[in-house]
Ligand binder design. Structure first.
Ligand SMILES: *Cc1c(COP(=O)(O)O)cnc(C)c1O
Length: 395
């Protein structure tokens, strides 16, 4: 695009759209050492990378409090590192709350964001001391008015997701025309609605989606103000993207765009701003070490069986629709061939990649998979009696 200038590109030249690539957090040399010491498959959490990401988000989203979405990865190393850094946490269940507590979070640094909770989920978290909750419908409001009337509420609003890979407004969030009625209903029942939350959708690739959502939400905000309802909190949710086989916008440029959207649309109000990054916070700080455990030639194609697959850390390929890049050592200087990389279970659909070129891999050889932190181990299961990957942290 260099050298091309036209008026419609003006904003692009003002805000640099720098991108970032998926990079492993450790060398093959260290991976071999750790693999030998701890066994494979092994998830390696880089604490420095996680802290760097957290600090960048705070720097480029000034004034926005970070509530890490534990759903993306409730791993102890991740939660405890973020807790030490002063981050807060977004939980959706008592199980996530317990993981956060083990990592050191007190309930006053927790926000419960599930808009449709079982009574026991609600009561267990309430009894532990959580006082900030989310709702998006009348029945949820009645449930909370009956069981936990003194909590602070955020009303989750649905926004039309456009550039995101995973639409999170398809299932949750009140339609904007219903918002005022839901806030009034809360007031009638003596409940305190403190503000709004939304989620543009996960793996959002265009930060302008936030500005679109913010503008529409500002209209609802003002309608509430006209009705005498004072709101004070705006929660912009998650959606921050990570690089996989396709690059992602840099944290700096992505957050800067959101920041300017917030300034333009809500800058005149002295409100508390919250974000709930899950993927964007943790994805890049984890790399997977997996090992080739067998090979075969099937229909003239090399097949490699590796020790992690779709039921394990690659479950994100199924549930999160992500295509991970798989790296072999010294791939630059070895001849590459088409091949199939398959997971270790007896399910023939357990195939991790059919379209990534690999050198002639040895049995026992180690492969590295970057950006394995979000929606990977969180959704893994020990199908076939094969244990899920262990995780360790490095400094
Ligand atoms: C999943 C989720 C998040 C995290 O989303 P990411 O896209 O991973 O940042 C944040 N808030 C809520 C309510 C969620 O459901």
């Amino acid at each position: 695009m260099k050298g091309v200038q036209s008026t419609c590109m003006l904003t692009e030249t003002l805000v640099p759209h720098a991108t970032r690539q998926a990079q492993p957090v450790l060398s093959f040399e260290l991976a071999r050492e750790l693999g030998a010491r701890y066994g494979t498959p092994l998830l390696v959490v880089s604490r420095p990378k996680l802290i760097e990401t957290y600090n960048k988000m705070r720097e480029y989203l000034p004034g926005v409090e970070m509530f890490y979405a534990a759903k993306a990865n409730p791993d102890h190393h991740i939660l405890s590192t973020l807790c030490e850094q002063g981050c807060s946490v977004d939980v959706c269940s008592f199980g996530e709350l317990q993981a956060a507590v083990r990592a050191g979070f007190a309930p006053d640094r927790m926000l419960h964001t599930h808009p449709c909770k079982t009574e026991s989920n609600l009561l267990d978290c309430y009894e532990y001391g959580v006082r900030w909750f989310v709702y998006d419908n009348m029945l949820e409001l009645e449930k909370m008015a009956r069981l936990t009337p003194d909590v602070n509420l955020l009303l989750r609003l649905a926004v039309s997701a456009s550039s995101s890979m995973i639409n999170l407004s398809a299932k949750f969030g009140a339609a904007l025309p219903e918002a005022l009625g839901l806030v009034r209903a809360a007031r009638r029942q003596g409940m305190r609605v403190r503000g709004f939350s939304f989620h543009v959708g996960s793996q959002c690739l265009n930060p302008e989606d936030y500005r679109t959502a913010l503008s529409r939400i500002r209209e609802v905000w003002d309608r509430c103000a006209d009705d005498g309802i004072e709101l004070e909190v705006l929660d912009i949710g998650g959606g921050f993207p990570a690089p996989y086989r396709t690059d992602a916008p840099s944290i700096e440029s992505f957050c800067q765009s959101i920041h300017s959207g917030l300034e333009d649309v809500f800058g005149d109000l002295p409100i508390r701003l919250i974000a709930e990054p899950g993927r964007g916070m943790c994805a890049e700080s984890v790399s997977l070490i997996t090992r080739v455990i067998g090979k075969n030639t099937r229909w003239d194609m090399p097949w490699y069986i590796i020790d992690d697959g779709l039921y394990g850390s690659f479950s994100g390929k199924v549930f999160d629709h992500i295509d991970y890049s798989i790296l072999a050592e010294n791939a630059d200087s070895r001849e590459l061939y088409p091949c199939v990389l398959a997971g270790p279970t007896c399910d023939s659909s357990d195939v991790v990649s059919r379209d990534q070129m690999m050198p002639d891999l040895e049995v026992g050889e180690i492969l590295l998979v970057p950006s394995m932190g979000a929606y990977t181990s969180a959704s893994a299961c020990p199908f076939n009696g094969l244990p899920v990957a262990n995780s360790i942290a490095i400094d």
